[in-house]
Write a protein that binds this ligand. Structure first.
Ligand code: ADP
Ligand code: MG
Length: 381
């Protein structure tokens, strides 16, 4: 992938060869060079691979390096994944840790994650997804976009299902939440990190879900509480995706913090009619640039074309997702987002859209879902 890698403190030419096989440009320097690298004016590689297999502990130079050059990615190569070593490596600022036997697959995955992080803006981003009518596929899109973002997030991603009357995100993600968004909203004034963590459930690909009740609640949404909730998740997660019910003013009025509001339509007359009303309302409230229209289940033969929709809405369609009934049905039955099995053009389309929402450049779409060992040891921020 064309990353510049400096291998520090290694005698192992094989390691260099494997890094080259991953597409990196490499240079090898002795461990004493770490001090020179951490000078403020020192030109940085994209990634430092620090080989600690012949060294007993994490050198203090690593802390200095990361303090001066936070953006430089650091991969530790260790003999074993010793928890004490990993913890001190992580405290010193290492991003990834691989242990023997060092495989190309593992190094490539670590490099890809670092590259994704380096291209990701540090600030948190929140997105709302709303369908113009029931059944257009807003939840399915939200679940896939959130899962795709969770794979590249370094500081977490959360999907907030605001469908208090009945939410489906948990079902689509194959998880069984014990608590819901109603618990968060009812206790909004004592919402802190520990309490919030107790309400969410972990879905595949490290996505956290604040689920909606599955059909018993009848509460209405209070806009100021929803706003507070979304502000809270934006503070604690790199990515927030909100599945917004179109019939709840309390949700539609609380989207000031969103980077983009994605309006999902299909090429059917009732959808398009409803889209014009909704898009105009949202634009007035939040500004034209923030409201993105997408078409789901794109149908080339539909009487209402892509261009017709652009004309009626007076704005370009940001993205069009193909229809894939069979794959969607299978994925839903399994409770598994499509982007986790990247074998279809619909999955690729979800992935591409997620990246464009987040402003990510990296095209590589097969980033492994699992975090590095360090990530797992550290938990999430
Ligand atoms: N691109 C697509 N291709 C095929 N089926 C889809 C697609 N998008 C959504 N669906 C299916 O349409 C149905 C409604 O989707 P859902 O996300 O629940 O809609 P909404 O949240 O807008 O009510 C679901 O069965 C879903 O799997
Ligand atoms: Mg839905």
């Amino acid at each position: 992938m064309g990353l510049k890698v400096t291998v520090v403190g290694s005698q192992d030419r094989e390691l260099e060869a494997v890094l080259r096989a991953c597409g990196a440009t490499t240079s090898m320097v002795p461990i004493t060079e770490l001090a020179a690298l951490s000078q403020p004016t020192s030109k940085q590689p994209d990634v430092v691979v620090l080989d600690l297999r012949e060294h007993p502990s994490v050198p203090p130079g690593l802390t200095a390096l990361k303090r001066q050059h936070a953006e430089t990615g650091v991969i530790i190569v260790a003999k074993t994944l010793d928890p004490d070593l990993m913890l001190s490596a992580m405290r010193a600022g290492a991003n990834e840790c691989v242990a023997e036997p060092v495989t190309q697959g593992e190094l490539d995955a670590a490099l890809t994650r670092i590259a994704a992080r380096q291209s990701a803006p540090a600030a948190s981003q929140a997105f709302a997804i709303v369908g113009v009518k029931g059944g257009v596929g807003a939840t399915w899109l939200g679940v896939n976009v959130a899962t795709a973002l969770a794979r590249v997030a370094t500081a977490g991603a959360v999907l907030v299902d605001l469908h208090v009357a009945r939410g489906e995100a948990a079902l689509y993600l194959g998880v069984e939440p014990r608590f819901t968004v109603v618990d968060a909203l009812d206790n909004i004034h004592k919402l802190d990190e520990a309490f919030f963590r107790s309400l969410i459930v972990r879905a595949p690909s490290r996505l956290d879900l604040l689920a909606a009740p599955d059909g018993t609640a009848s509460s209405r949404l209070d806009a100021s509480r929803v706003r507070t909730l979304l502000e809270f998740t934006s503070k604690h997660f790199e990515f927030t995706v909100a599945d917004v019910p179109r019939t709840e003013p309390g949700a539609l009025d609380a989207l000031e913090g969103m980077k983009s509001i994605v309006v999902v339509t299909t090429q059917e007359l009732p959808s398009v009619r409803s889209a014009t009303v909704m898009v105009n309302r949202l634009r007035l409230r939040y500004g034209k640039e923030r409201v993105l229209v997408v078409i789901n289940r794109k149908d080339k033969h539909s009487e209402i074309s892509h261009e017709d929709i652009e004309q009626v809405l007076g704005a370009p369609v940001a993205h069009a997702f193909p229809s894939d009934y069979r794959m969607t049905l299978e994925a839903l039955n399994k409770g598994r987002p499509a982007v986790l099995d990247n074998h279809s053009s619909l999955a690729a389309s979800f992935e591409k859209f997620a990246r464009s929402l987040a402003g990510l450049k990296i095209e590589k779409s097969d980033t492994p879902a699992a975090s590095g060992w360090l990530g797992r040891l550290a938990g999430r921020k």
